[in-house]
Design a protein around this ligand. Sequence first.
Ligand code: NAX
Length: 339
Amino acid sequence: MSPAPLRVLVTGAAGQICYSLVYQIASGSVFGKDQPLELVLLDIPMMSAALDGVVMELVDCALPLLHKVIPVTDEKEAFKDVDYAFLVGAMPRREGMERKDLLAANVKIFKSQGRALAEGAKSTTKVIVVGNPANTNAYICAKYAAPKISPRNISAMTRLDHNRATAQIAAKAGVTIDDVKNVIIWGNHSGTQFPDVKHAKVNKGGSATDAYAAVGDEAWLKGEFISVVQKRGAVIIAARKLSSAMSAAKAACDHIHDWHFGTPKDTWVSMAVPSDGSYGIPEGIMFSFPVTIDAATKDWKIVQGLSIDEFAQGKLNATLQELQEERDEALRACEESNI
Ligand code: NAX
């Protein structure tokens, strides 16, 4: 007998990331090939015709695991009884828009969605926030979803950055993706993030080596590598005239797949989660850390005891400062908005 369907919400469902994302979820890449699903697709009323188009295509894919697909434009209805939520929809940055205005617009969305989560979702719901500014949106969402939904169930996506870092190391070391593990993205999903490979391992020539030894170019690792990962999103926008969508969708799938099934032995992944004070990051800040996930409890743990040298500490301080500033600005916007 197959298990009961999982109810999975995807917001921003008429947008470009979701065009790749919903197929991957519905075809079994995230929750497994035996797990039936009910997909709830939320977008704003203005996008309702485009949303219907996405639904028609999903139906036409004739996917055995997809038991139901439910398009909605009402937030309360969307969050009801969900097991997992991919919060992709957000207010995009428009030309001439200041960071402050972008934050304020998104605070409204994630305050309201946090409340809708608390009101309607299962208490065990797991949430990934993809919409930017992802860490701060997740922070606000967690604040308004608590106490019914534990902040531990709400995360922001830095897996795309993690995947980008892994791919860069694999290419430089002349190995394939599976030969690289345990890169780390610390901090914010932004230009201040710190892609760190000090503790990463590369399988080269049949044995596991430190990434620094496998790459053999410290100047590149401390310079170009970091800036390539930090700026990859902007470079893709310049090339495609659209932001990363296929790779972002794949990363969101990886993030929830590992939360659902757990991380393999001796392997960690990067996820922005509310800090528990580890590595001197103040409690509650939505900060990307290396985490392991236990398959049975679906609970994450921040990897402890990694050495942080002076170079790394400087990078951690910079991304923390940015996150604290964003958080303070978002909290101010929260107080001012009366939704
Ligand atoms: P699109 O503009 O193509 O799609 C966004 C969709 O969200 C639109 O259909 C819009 O109508 C909808 N939306 C807006 N407000 C909503 C609300 N309140 N409720 C439900 N839906 C709403 O953007 P897309 O390229 O899909 O990117 C989505 C978000 O992901 C953006 O904020 C983007 O910046 C962010 N990204 C985050 C990444 C990460 O690594 N965390 C990487 C990729 C991406 O840049």
